[in-house]
Design a protein around this ligand. Sequence first.
Ligand code: GSH
Length: 204
Amino acid sequence: MSLVFYYSPMSSATPVQWSFEELGVPHEKVLIDLQAGDQRKPEFLAINPNGKVPTIVHDGTPIFESAAIQIYLGETFGVEKGLFPAPGPKRGEAMKWIVWANVAAGEALSRLFRNTSDRVPAEQRNPKAAEVARADLGGLLRMLDDALKGKEYLLGTFSLVDVHLSSWIDYVGMTGVDLKPHAAMGAWLARCCERPAYKKVMGR
Ligand SMILES: N[C@@H](CCC(=O)N[C@@H](CS)C(=O)NCC(=O)O)C(=O)O
């Protein structure tokens, strides 16, 4: 078996790095230095034409997009370790949350970033659009908070779904979005962040 993981620290590769730690699956790690432009080198573009991390290559097949990678690692290695549901409705729930994080919540966060970040030229930023994005993101966080009420983890027991979403929410908090109004989500985030695997990945 050959499994190669292309990553960069503190990036969209972080949740995948955490999953690898939880799973304990042997793999080769290749650092892609985004500042140096490694992601635009022809040898990397041949694997992932998007030129982005994370990317994995399993037995010669490249897989990109973090949501797809998490689902793939879950179904390939996670079921026997009790970290991902077997095929069935619970598997559907796992996929639902992972895709939701990247597509629905990710869209609102990137809209907020595009309209507030000083890394985006001022003339491309729109305060009204930023306000709408902040409200949309708040609504999505409320939805996650509601889903976590009365629960330790999203699917009941800890799984790669919690890895993916809590890593993402931890990042959202680091961007300055206020997470305090969402108490159930905050308690769950604290539980997830205590995992030794996450502390190792984050160097905490
Ligand atoms: N939707 C992608 C996003 C990946 C992504 O944007 N990765 C960033 C790092 S956080 C990247 O590699 N950027 C390099 C570039 O765009 O040049 C995923 O979830 O995998």
